[in-house]
Write a protein that binds this ligand. Structure first.
Ligand SMILES: *Cc1c(COP(=O)(O)O)cnc(C)c1O
Length: 491
């Protein structure tokens, strides 16, 4: 914050004193005021230089400084408005005036231009070394020692036997479906409340997605809705080839009842743990509770390789087959024999190096994201219109994203209003995923609700995710919390 008192000058100020004030304050600008204290114009070191070049001496006053109309702001402008004003006029300082024309404060670009994003990459100390090793040894390919080590280290980290490093989480889901024999005309059940990447691979295989609602306790797949869907499918003789259970925002679904149901109907489970690496369900790692699990290392996830994914399973033959399919399904022959259609889905050795470094800080990232959630929860506990994503007793969530709902009747404020107000302050918040059964691209697909109405639709209507980056500063988190308080307490 600029100390306004230190940069106030008048036309009676000598050029040399103006230069000293400029030098001492470090603000980069002076405020020329009339004798009655009203603001007249800003003065930069360029203005002072031009005075000297025009023949004035250091001991002369600013009497002959030209009159110009400086850009000023009034109180109550949003951060976004202030930055737009600065950009439009190519200025770095903006005096804020009172109604009587006095300077209340000076806004400085480097303080204003600070966007707070939902979830940003956060590198540790070791990534660079692993990547440099790949360069030094010229392993610049979608195979190599980092890939092998990353697979081993991740498998060990989550307590599973086998892992295949791939180019994305989406690729991992796609290969899981290929390995389970999903084909044209088959059906695959999938959580409705998720990102489209969970369901798209079903359509890549020409199969038909069926969407399953969330439950209230975990926001993840509802065992009740799944049971109804499986029962109906059995009656119709069209049981799905797989069920994709998604773990949202760092939290496991209630896996025991879900896997028990799937076992009863003989349907394999693919756990989409793209958002829940580092979380546990009854002490076991999220992503390891189905027949296969997938993780994502996209740039926004809790750890990242910039882009990447992992398919994990205790079935070694499956993972071996995944490696084969992900490298173009080349049979071991010098002329590249092919018996099945393959994919180019393998992770590069460079990115696997990033992944190895990231894995070493995963625990820290989980602790930080959980602490961010706790701060939101504690410091907004008096705003009872906000309800936090629940964490059932069987779940330890990473809180990859801090998610909440806004009770609209109570506050008059909707999640959409809150998101817009945060955006005005250059704070990125987003609605909870739009359920897949509401997406135009899946409009023809069957879906099953948790009860009489749709939990996922309710969550979409009222829910939002708040900035949760593990490398956001305490100040940025305070700014976000302050902004939320202002939205609720001023209305
Ligand atoms: C990010 C994400 C994916 C896709 O992972 P990519 O690595 O980006 O392909 C799949 N499912 C969910 C729930 C995700 O959040």
């Amino acid at each position: 914050m600029v100390d306004v008192e230190k940069i106030l000058i008048t036309r009676a100020t000598k050029i040399i004193d103006a230069l000293s004030a400029l030098d001492a304050s470090g603000a980069g600008v002076l405020l020329l005021t009339a004798p009655d204290g009203r603001f007249e114009r800003t003065v930069s070191d360029g203005d002072l230089r031009r005075q000297l070049l025009g023949g004035r001496r250091l001991s002369d006053t600013l009497e002959s400084l030209p009159k110009i109309e400086s850009i000023v702001a009034t109180q109550g402008l949003s951060r976004r408005d202030v930055l737009d004003l600065m950009n439009r006029h190519a200025i770095d300082h903006l005096p804020v005036l009172s109604e009587s024309g006095r300077v209340l404060q000076v806004l400085v670009r480097r303080e204003i231009d600070d966007q707070i994003l939902l979830s940003t990459p956060h590198m540790g100390d070791a990534e660079r070394e692993f990547v440099e090793e790949a360069f030094r040894t010229n392993w610049i390919a979608p195979l190599g020692p980092n890939v092998d080590s990353f697979e081993r280290e991740l498998a060990q980290c989550v307590g599973i036997q086998h892992a295949a490093a791939l180019s994305s989480g989406t690729a991992a889901i796609h290969l899981a479906l290929v390995l389970l024999g999903v084909e044209r005309g088959d059906r695959v059940f999938c959580s409705s409340l998720t990102f489209a990447a969970s369901a798209n691979p079903i359509v890549y295989q020409g199969a038909e997605p069926v969407f399953i609602d969330s439950d209230r306790e975990s926001w993840n797949m509802s065992p009740r809705a799944l049971e109804r869907a499986l029962e109906k499918a059995r009656r119709e003789g069209k049981l799905p080839k797989a069920v994709i259970v998604v773990n949202l925002y760092g939290q496991s679904a209630n896996m025991d009842p879900l896997t028990a149901l799937c076992d009863r109907y003989g349907v394999p489970v693919v756990e989409d743990a793209a958002e829940s690496l580092g979380a546990t369900y009854k002490g076991k790692a999220s992503g390891t509770l189905g027949h296969m699990g997938i993780y994502s290392f996209n740039g926004n996830k809790i750890i990242t390789t910039s882009g990447g994914g992992m398919l994990v399973s205790n079935d070694g033959a499956m993972i071996e087959r995944a490696r084969f399919l992900s490298t173009q399904a080349r049979e071991p022959a010098p002329h590249y024999q092919h018996k099945v259609i393959g994919f180019n889905y393998r992770m590069s050795n460079i990115l696997a190096g990033v992944g190895r470094g990231q894995l070493r800080v995963l625990d820290q990232r989980v602790q930080t994201r959980r602490a961010i959630f706790q701060r939101y929860k504690n410091e907004l506990s008096d705003i009872d219109a906000i309800e936090w994503m629940p964490e059932p007793e069987w779940s330890v969530s990473t809180h990859w994203l801090t998610a909440c709902t806004v009770r609209r009747r109570k506050s008059g404020i909707t999640s959409a209003v809150l998101i817009r107000r945060l955006a005005e302050e250059m704070i990125e918040a987003r609605p909870v995923w739009k359920p897949m059964h509401l997406q135009p691209v899946f409009s023809g697909c069957e879906s099953f609700d948790d009860g009489d109405d749709s939990v996922s639709e309710r969550l979409f209507a009222d829910g939002l995710c708040l900035p949760s980056s593990s490398n956001m500063s305490d100040d940025q988190l305070s700014r976000t919390i302050e902004c939320i308080r202002r939205v609720f307490l001023s209305e």
